[in-house]
Design a protein around this ligand. Structure first.
Ligand code: RP5
Length: 164
């Protein structure tokens, strides 16, 4: 199975970004995590992005805050799907990173999740890989079924206690 790369602009993003790695681990998807900054080490971002496909990656998750150019810079240098996580890291509460990540020009998309939405970035990466992997798709269906059952169980409890 293809691997997922998780790239973050700074190790200060790690407390949020590590949730993506945890989700991937739950699904048995291999991941490699890096700290690479579009601004502070642009040449290393290029070296990673241009080799990502031949290095066995299938999806790239890129997380950055403030003027968050990392996901877009990677997306512009690889044909692989890129998922952006805007990180809340400034006085603008992540709105800066959200707009910097999501507003890509046509032809170079970044699939952007919510501010600090690391778990959803990983779920989306799993869904992308699962399209070509029946076993992974079965795991995703199982996860969804359990999620539904959990909500319906909560519904049952709330209805029993508060309906009168
Ligand atoms: C971004 O700037 C990083 O992704 C991080 O979210 C933010 C702050 O970085 P540090 O100054 O903490 O390294 O590039």
């Amino acid at each position: 199975m293809k691997k997922v790369a998780i790239i973050m602009g700074s190790d200060s993003d790690l407390p949020i970004v590590k949730k993506a790695a945890e989700v991937l681990k739950d699904f048995g998807v291999s991941c490699e995590m890096r700290v690479l900054s579009a601004h502070r080490c642009a040449a290393d971002v290029t070296a990673f992005a241009t080799k990502a496909e031949e290095n066995g990656f299938g999806v790239i998750i890129a997380a950055a805050g403030k003027a968050a150019h990392l996901a877009g810079a990677i997306a512009g240098q690889t044909p692989l799907p890129v998922i952006g996580i805007p990180i809340k890291a400034s006085a603008l509460e992540g709105i800066d990173a959200l707009l910097s990540t999501v507003q890509m020009p046509a032809g170079v998309p970044v699939a952007t999740v919510a501010i600090d939405g690391a778990a959803n970035a990983a779920y989306l990466a799993v869904q992308i890989l699962a399209v070509g992997d029946d076993e992974l798709m079965a795991k995703m269906k199982d996860y969804r079924a359990k999620q539904t059952a959990k909500v319906l169980e909560a519904d049952k409890k709330v209805r029993e206690e508060y309906s009168f």
